[in-house]
Design a protein around this ligand. Structure first.
Ligand code: MGP
Ligand code: SAH
Length: 243
């Protein structure tokens, strides 16, 4: 038995060295891509987030857990295909802005974090849509009075990945301001508003935002899935039809 083990040793060692090298290389790749333990599970879903991920998509930690998966962002963009100007009020690393830019004429992408805007701009180049997007670093609430657009898209922070521990996610939990105030600000720009909200959101409360308008806005609610897993809820307000 002992002699059999000895015979296999050199081969085993080569296999072990190769496996260790592969593991080291994978670790280095993850480090380069800001894959902290918190974002590891999102990194595993990277091609659902950006199908062109391997062409040089860049993310930061918040970007990893907040970006709208590409298939969902594309669906949200189809609702307002042909619009002249879409305002992405919380643009992050560009998941939504890139998809709007593929189907609409212009996108105004706002984010308060200059690092996000730089990442979104680089990511838009990978999809070849950077010329259709105006990037603005700023606070949407302060910029809103100066913005004009046909559609406002709202995917604000939900308070981090721990949002899902809440049973009934009410609009006051959205950041940096509650959903009611956010919707009212968006309404000063256009009645065509899309909100991307947590899957545990209080849907009745969120859809009742339509009553802030007189007559009430049309409302469409959809649950968004990727590979059969629920990711979020999109509520479309207004009757955007541009094509
Ligand atoms: P998740 O629930 O954290 O991930 O986010 P997952 O893989 O569905 O988790 P699991 O624990 O159920 O396996 C799901 C999706 O919600 C993400 O892909 C983002 O699109 C979106 N999302 C998550 N967060 C924390 C935010 C956020 O703060 N803001 C916005 N706009 N979207 C978010
Ligand atoms: N839909 C985006 C993700 C949005 S995450 C995507 O697909 O990539 C929410 C973003 O809101 C974060 O990037 C955060 O920096 C930004 N944000 C937070 N407060 C803001 C404010 N007051 N004005 C504009 N952006 C803000």
């Amino acid at each position: 038995m002992a002699s059999r083990k000895k015979k296999l040793k050199p081969f085993k060692r080569i296999v072990k060295i190769k496996a260790r090298k592969r593991a080291e290389m994978a670790e280095k790749k993850k480090e380069k891509e800001n894959v902290t333990p918190l974002v590891r599970k999102y990194w595993l879903q990277r091609y659902d987030l950006f199908s062109r991920y391997d062409e040089g998509i860049k993310m930061d930690e918040e970007g990893w857990f907040s970006v709208t998966p590409e298939e969902i962002a594309a669906r949200q963009a189809r609702w307002c295909a042909g619009a002249a100007v879409v305002i992405d009020a919380f643009a992050g690393v560009g998941g939504n802005a890139i998809q709007f830019a593929q189907l609409c004429h212009r996108v105004i992408a706002v984010d308060i974090d200059p690092k996000k805007v730089a990442l979104a701009s680089d990511n838009a180049k990978i999809y070849g849509v950077e010329d259709n997007i105006d990037f603005i670093v700023g606070d949407f609430f302060q910029l809103a009075p100066f913005l004009k657009g046909d559609v406002v898209f709202l995917a604000p922070p939900w308070g981090g990945p721990s949002y899902k521990a809440i049973e009934n996610f009410t609009l006051d939990l959205l950041k940096p301001k509650d959903g009611h105030s956010l919707f009212q600000v968006a309404q000063t720009i256009t009645p065509n508003i899309i909100m991307y909200l947590p899957r545990n959101v209080d849907v009745l409360q969120a859809s009742a935002l339509s009553w802030l308008s007189c007559p009430p806005l049309d409302v469409e609610i959809e649950e968004n899935f990727v590979r059969g897993n629920s990711k979020g809820i999109t509520i479309y307000f207004g009757d955007a039809l541009f094509t």
